[in-house]
Design a protein around this ligand. Structure first.
Ligand SMILES: NC(=O)c1ccc[n+]([C@@H]2O[C@H](COP(=O)([O-])OP(=O)(O)OC[C@H]3O[C@@H](n4cnc5c(N)ncnc54)[C@H](O)[C@@H]3O)[C@@H](O)[C@H]2O)c1
Length: 435
């Protein structure tokens, strides 16, 4: 058994910085404040509610994860954020319409106290939004410097021991990496020249990494999955990871697909359609922004089903994803899936899944877990891509860019728990009968 990692204790306050004070962020903050105030269970949060088995089953050791690893406590979290539209978390929550007034009323003054800092925002990347609380600067380097000042101001004003940043801003337009992203040197030159290929979220990433703040990306656009950010994270010793929170339809896909594959059932097609009416849906109504999401959602099945290994089962699969903006639904998304599978002697069958979900209700606990686990990773001396947190992402960033990401939620969960076990000096659980 490996000796336990030396992990610095979670003393003092942890600042959770959220670029994008919209539906997800405001739902997260409201849920944490409510849990703190009333003791309500933080449902959906693995870090808070899941147990972890240690050793052999017969030993009966099964603590809560939060009692097993030294995580920051909910009482020690302080929230901050940037937004080009929302003034504060209360206004964001009311605009989003996820939570009812009866849930907001008891915490309204605390929510109002989370005041949005002016954003680094550029309509070229999010055409559907008209931001007005926006930083001005002569160059993108000036904007990065302004974010770093915000970070330091927040740190000292709130007396934070440590910070983490989780991108909860709108999905930016789809772009491929270019030469400006190749190295820290080229990116910094690009910031000075206000290079058109540098997006706002990349400026936040740079500011976080320069401030030695762990960074996770909840949206599907490029931000920390770029060679320059890998180099910077390594140089400054900062954990990073992404991307795109795994909620709703993709969550269902990565639960179901491993099941079909485990039974060697074939698949001919998977047609997914979504209707949603929140601001996220409106942003994704723009083809360039939808493209970022589509690429993220489409990657999932191939790596789970491995068509190259199983051509007769998965070699001829039509995988289609649609998102339609439909305002009457608000944040209550409907994700329909039609799955065409086939079995013994090739006989076809169909499965229909209609998930009437609440996007931000599913996403909020993921942001909480990511904030707590990224902080843990930093205290455990980790830097670079945190592959063990793939569990939370639709499009997980592999530590080795040459390797495909792991999408199977059950493998991801095993990886997460075994990483925690090994850090704490416990044996990984393999479920083997052999040894
Ligand atoms: N809710 C989910 O289930 C889910 C799942 C996966 C990914 N996501 C992603 O998480 C992000 C947040 O989702 P949401 O439902 O809260 O969306 P939202 O539209 O309610 O909130 C996003 C907020 O980001 C702000 N914003 C845009 N550009 C910004 C910038 N440059 N700097 C700071 N703020 C900026 C917007 O003004 C808005 O208030 C989106 O990118 C979404 O695609 C959400």
């Amino acid at each position: 058994m490996a000796p336990p990692r030396s992990i610095a204790p979670a003393t003092g306050k942890l600042g959770v910085l959220l670029p994008g004070l919209g539906a997800v962020s405001s739902t997260l903050i409201a849920g944490v404040l409510t849990a703190r105030g009333t003791g309500a269970a933080p449902i959906g949060s693995v870090s808070q509610m899941a147990h972890i088995r240690l050793g052999d089953r017969t030993e009966g050791r099964n603590p809560l994860i939060r009692d097993f690893v030294p995580l920051a406590s909910l009482d020690d979290l302080v929230f901050g954020g940037w937004d080009p539209i929302s003034a504060n978390a209360l206004e964001a929550a009311r605009t989003a319409g996820v939570l009812e007034e009866r849930d907001l009323a008891p915490i309204s003054s605390d929510l109002e106290g989370v005041v949005a800092m002016d954003a680094v925002f550029d309509r070229d990347w999010v055409k559907k939004l008209d931001g007005f609380r926006v930083k001005q600067g002569r160059s993108k380097l000036d904007l990065a410097a302004a974010l770093m000042e915000d970070i330091e101001r927040f740190r000292s004003a709130n007396d934070c021991d440590r910070l983490v940043m989780v991108w909860c801003g709108s999905t930016e337009a789809y772009r491929e990496p270019t030469e400006v992203h190749e190295s820290v040197a080229s990116f910094e030159q690009g910031l000075k020249d206000s290079h058109v290929d540098i997006s706002p979220s990349q400026i936040y990433t740079y500011a976080a990494l320069q401030s030695r703040v762990p960074y996770a990306n909840g949206a599907p656009n490029l931000s920390c999955d770029l060679p320059c950010m890998l180099e910077l994270a390594d140089r400054n010793g900062v954990p990073i990871g992404g991307k795109d929170f795994k909620t709703g339809q993709t969550l269902m896909k990565t639960i179901l697909a491993p099941g079909f594959k485990s039974r060697m059932l074939g698949m001919r097609g998977w047609y997914s359609t979504n209707i949603l009416g929140n601001r996220d849906g409106e942003v994704l109504d723009e083809p360039e922004n939808f493209k970022s999401k589509e690429v993220s959602k489409l990657g999932v099945l191939d790596t789970i089903l491995q068509p190259e290994e199983y051509p007769e089962l998965y070699g001829n699969l039509d995988h289609v994803v649609r998102i339609n903006y439909y305002p009457p639904r608000g944040d209550n998304k409907e994700g329909w899936d039609n799955i065409d599978i086939f079995g013994w002697m090739g006989y076809p069958m169909q499965i229909k899944v209609d998930f009437l979900c609440r996007d931000s209700i599913l996403a909020a606990p993921l942001v909480l877990d990511l904030a707590l686990f990224f902080d843990l990773a930093a205290r455990a001396g980790e830097k670079g891509v945190q592959e063990w947190l793939s569990f939370y992402f639709k499009s997980p960033q592999p530590a080795d860019p040459a390797l495909p990401p792991e999408h199977d939620i059950f493998i991801q969960q095993t990886k997460l728990k075994n990483t925690l076990r090994e850090w704490m000096g416990e044996e990984p659980v393999t479920h083997s009968e052999a040894g």
